[in-house]
Ligand binder design. Structure first.
Ligand code: PEP
Ligand code: MN
Length: 293
């Protein structure tokens, strides 16, 4: 880890004592403010009906932002790759209907202009975390960036990726822990959600950090507890994949096993506030020096 903070020239290296957190604003949504942000939506934009009805459902459940991939990074080139620009148009419609700001992935340097015309926030996926030309390109444009951790990235590599973005002038960066590959991966989950890294990020930089319990576990039944655990660990928010009420799980084209339903999302949103309050109490005791932990 040595030297990480000193390499973060554009981001700066906040003194641990100062602990002021950078707030990244996406429209009316504030990452790094006291209230955790919940982003929710489908893994991929599949149809207009699926996305627009789901957007209404996640809004009703209390989500602050809409997610959904129009350009999907798939392991196999023969799997559904996303609807491309048509998917972006559908996301724009869903935003107009619900008022929810939209975050969507940009996979390629050549797509940055196109995706920027539709999105409120650009997502850099796990597989692109070290696509340095792409990082530089999103660093040269004004939209905020959701920077997911590479699935085998060290904290140092992840923060250097953030630095690539920041060095282009764009410091509106939100980090996202989305699970890493370990020796146990796939035995009972898809990835190992590394919640220890949340506090490490908070100590290293002042950027907001959120947790992705969906890719972090890969199993719908693990998502609610992983969501609460993420907030307890200090995350500024969550990004959660949801499957709409009218959609059959068997029909979902991408990440079918990990989407939760809107009613469970509503429960998670409510519980997030309670967990945040519990965490604040613990942190206040720690800050007052009453404890040595
Ligand atoms: C996603 O959030 O749509 C996604 C592909 O996640 P990740 O890059 O973390 O695998
Ligand atoms: Mn997904």
């Amino acid at each position: 880890m040595g030297g990480t903070a000193s390499t973060l020239r554009a981001l700066g290296s906040p003194a641990p004592a100062a602990r002021t957190r950078r707030v990244v604003q996406v429209g009316a949504v504030a990452f790094g403010a006291p209230r955790p942000v919940v982003i929710a939506g489908p893994c991929a934009v599949e149809t207009r009906e699926q996305t627009c009805s789901l957007a209404r459902e996640v809004l009703a459940a209390g989500a602050d932002m809409l997610r959904g991939g129009a350009f999907k990074p798939r392991t196999s080139p023969y799997d559904f790759q996303g609807l491309g620009e048509e998917g972006l148009r559908i996301l724009q419609e869903a935003r107009e209907e619900t008022g929810l700001p939209v975050v969507t992935e940009v996979l390629d340097v050549r797509q940055v202009d196109l995706v920027s015309r539709y999105a409120d926030m650009l997502q850099i996926g796990s597989r692109s975390m070290q696509n340095f030309p792409l990082l530089r390109e999103v660093g040269r444009q004004p939209l905020p960036v959701l920077l997911k951790r590479g699935m085998a990235a060290t904290l140092h590599e992840w923060l250097c990726a953030a630095e690539y973005v920041a060095s282009g002038g764009n410091t509106r960066i939100v980090l996202c822990e989305r699970g890493v590959r370990t020796g146990w991966t796939a035995e009972y989950d898809r990835n190992t959600l590394d919640l220890n890294v949340v506090e490490a990020v908070r100590r290293a930089v002042d950027l907001p950090i959120i947790v992705d319990p969906s890719h972090g576990t890969g199993r719908a039944h693990l998502v609610p507890s992983a969501s609460l655990a993420g907030i307890a660990a200090g995350a500024d928010g969550l990004i959660i994949e949801v499957i709409g009420l009218k959609t059959r799980r068997a029909d979902v084209l991408c990440d079918a096993e990990q989407g939760i339903r809107p009613d469970m999302l509503a429960r998670v949103v409510r519980a997030v506030g309670q967990v945040r309050a519990a965490r604040e109490e613990i942190e206040a005791a720690r800050a007052s020096g009453a404890e040595d932990a």
